[in-house]
Structure formats: structure tokens, C-alpha cells
Design a protein around this ligand. Structure first.
Ligand SMILES: Nc1ncnc2c1ncn2[C@@H]1O[C@H](COP(=O)(O)OP(=O)(O)OP(=O)(O)O)[C@@H](O)[C@H]1O
Ligand SMILES: O=C(O)C(=O)C[C@H](O)[C@H](O)CO
Length: 316
């Protein structure tokens, strides 16, 4: 039984050993990534329980992903092994100044065949938050149906719906999915989005204005607008906070948003005020940038607590 249920595609990642154009890269390190499994891992590292659900190929790369996610304490028991389609692949290219490009080899992957019948209703039992991203509904029509049906089930069962648009323009492929994403936001209780995503979706980058627009939704309880190295803005509709960035040595910012989401959701599960949730989230987001993988530097509960309450940390 898990407090948080999430689903989506995770891929094997090849991270170059050095920065520069891929044509000059000879060595890669295998890692794994997926916005939803990153968030599930972040929650488990903070002492919460999370289940990640997906399809992976019946291949060694899929097994690698499963081993890694399971090792972090995420419940992967219901992941489907797909005999017909492969596990997706992502390759990173590092600029050397903290900017990372990604290349996807995921079209027709096992996860793109996820569909509503894959997700059994029992998986919603005792769940407090369903976390969904805007990546999944873009992958295929069946993934879109899965997303809407999961949100519908969560609503019927009184489970809070958490949504991050996670706009990946490479997956949008010159189509405009803004209206669909705005619809999902409108159906969510917790919305976490990047400031640039907010501009794409609402044509606006002003926190106050976005707060006002988004809280017109009847369901919204918590809002976080993420702004990379500048920090974030959080609101519960009554009180708004500007959250300062936590100092870090940023190597690769990909996955910072998922780290932020994990700690933000952890704060909500712990019934903390939104300002505290935002502070926890900003620390997790900053720390996650300190490695090229998405999850290695996600904070443990002990690390996070020692930053939040430094006087209580005893090192020897
Ligand atoms: N360089 C940085 N320095 C300090 N904090 C950072 C830095 N980068 C990210 N963060 C923290 O992490 C949060 C999330 O980062 P960001 O805004 O890049 O998320 P995102 O755009 O959703 O990322 P992604 O979708 O790639 O995971 C920020 O709001 C901030 O609090
Ligand atoms: O880009 C995607 O679809 C991913 O899920 C891979 C990464 O882990 C993700 O971009 C980080 O949020």
C-alpha cells in the first residue's frame, strides 16, 4: 500500500562522460530516467511510500530500470513486462555550463502502449495522492486515455490529483497540446509547473497573475511555479511565498523539477504549511542538480532535516 501512485515512461539514459557534442563522446555511463519514477524515488528517499506503474520491454535495459527503481524502495510490483515492444532510450548531451540537451529513442516503446485497462482499480486503495505528468498523455492515444481515466478514478475516490505539465517540446513534435494540458491542470488539486511552461500555457510569467488564473479552478489546493536557479513561488490560494533558491553546484538541471515535486508532495503528506513545502522542495530541487543522474543526489530524509534544522545534526 502506497501513499502516492504514479505512472509513466522510464527510460535507460546514456550520460556522456564529458561535455561536448556527442560526435566526440566515446564513453557513456548508463543511468535511468523518467519524470514520474524520479518523483516516486524522491518520495521514498524522504521516508514516504510510492508505487510506480508502467510497461517496460522484455529486455535487459528494462530489467536495469526495474532493479534501480525497486532498489530505492518504490513499489514496482505491478509494472507490466511487454514482450512485443522495447524499453525506451534517452541520450544526454552536456554543454558544460549546466545546460543539457536530450535525444529520445522512445517512439513505439513499451510504455507508449500503456492503456486504461492496464491500471487495476485496486492500485488506488489507500492512495492519498495520484501524481500525473503531461508527458504520458502525449506518448500515444492509449496513454492519453490512461491519464484521463486515472484522474477520473482518483477524483471518484477522493484522492488528490497532482499534476506537472512537464512540457517536452520534442515530444509535442510541432503540435500544440496546450488546451489538453490546461484541461488536466483544471482537474488537479496540486499543480507544479515551470515558469516557462506557465508562459506557454497561459501567455503570462507574472506570479500574482498566474496565481489568480490558476486558483479559478474549483479543485486547486496547492500551486508551485518553479523557476530554476531563481527559486520558486508557492501558494495555497490564501498565502503566497517566494522561495529563494538553495545554493548548489549545478552540473545537470534535468530532473530538478521532479525532485522539487517529490519534496513538495512529501510536505503536503506531512500536512505542512505551503511555505514549508516550498522550502523543502527548493532544497531537493537544488541538490538534485549536483549529479548527472536524475536521482542520485535526491536528498534523504536525514539530509533534508539537517538542512531544515541544522542545530539538530550531530556528525560525530
Ligand atoms: N541551479 C539551481 N540552483 C538552485 N536551485 C535550483 C537550480 N535549478 C533548479 N533549482 C530548484 O529546483 C526547482 C525546479 O527546477 P526547474 O525550475 O529547473 O524545474 P523544471 O523546469 O520543472 O525541471 P525538469 O522538468 O527538467 O525536471 C527550482 O524551482 C529551484 O527551486
Ligand atoms: O523527458 C522525459 O520524458 C523523462 O521523463 C526523462 C527525464 O527524467 C525527465 O525529463 C526529467 O524530468
Amino acid at each position: 500500500m502506497s501513499e502516492v501512485l504514479t505512472f509513466g515512461e522510464s527510460m535507460i539514459v546514456f550520460a556522456p562522460s564529458q561535455s561536448g557534442l556527442l560526435r566526440y563522446i566515446n564513453n557513456y555511463e548508463a543511468k535511468f530516467a523518467g519524470a514520474e519514477s524520479n518523483t516516486a524515488i524522491g518520495l521514498c528517499k524522504l521516508g514516504h511510500t510510492a508505487r510506480w506503474f508502467s510497461r517496460i520491454g522484455n529486455d535487459e535495459l528494462g530489467q536495469y530500470i526495474l532493479y534501480k527503481i525497486r532498489a530505492e524502495g518504490v513499489d514496482v510490483d505491478n509494472v507490466i513486462i511487454d514482450n512485443e515492444h522495447p524499453t525506451g532510450i534517452m541520450i544526454k548531451e552536456l554543454s558544460g555550463s549546466g545546460q543539457t540537451r536530450v535525444y529520445y529513442y522512445r517512439s513505439g516503446s513499451a510504455a507508449s502502449y500503456l492503456s486504461p485497462t492496464d491500471l487495476p482499480p485496486e492500485l488506488f486503495e489507500n492512495v492519498k495522492i495520484l501524481h500525473v505528468t503531461g508527458i504520458t498523455p502525449i506518448l500515444s492515444d492509449s496513454c492519453h486515455s490512461l491519464t484521463t481515466s486515472a484522474i477520473k478514478t482518483a477524483r471518484q475516490k477522493g484522492i488528490k490529483v497532482s499534476f506537472d505539465p512537464n512540457i517536452r517540446k520534442k515530444l509535442w513534435n510541432n503540435s500544440d497540446h496546450s488546451e489538453m494540458i490546461r484541461g488536466l491542470i483544471h482537474n488537479s488539486n496540486i499543480v507544479t509547473l515551470g515558469l516557462e511552461e506557465a508562459e506557454i500555457l497561459y501567455g503570462n510569467k507574472n506570479f500574482e497573475h498566474l496565481n489568480e488564473i490558476l486558483f479559478r479552478s474549483p479543485h486547486l489546493e496547492y500551486l508551485a511555479i518553479k523557476n530554476g536557479a531563481e527559486g520558486a513561488f508557492v501558494s495555497d490560494g490564501k498565502t503566497q511565498y517566494s522561495i529563494a533558491p538553495y545554493p548548489c553546484n549545478c552540473i545537470d538541471s534535468i530532473g530538478a523539477g521532479d525532485a522539487f515535486n517529490a519534496a513538495f508532495l512529501a510536505g503536503i503528506l506531512e500536512n505542512r504549511p505551503v511555505g514549508e513545502c516550498g522550502k523543502m522542495a527548493a532544497i531537493a530541487g537544488a541538490l538534485s542538480t549536483e549529479t548527472t543522474g536524475d536521482t542520485e543526489s535526491l536528498p534523504t530524509r536525514q539530509q533534508l532535516n539537517s538542512i531544515l534544522e541544522p542545530e539538530q545534526s550531530i556528525y560525530r
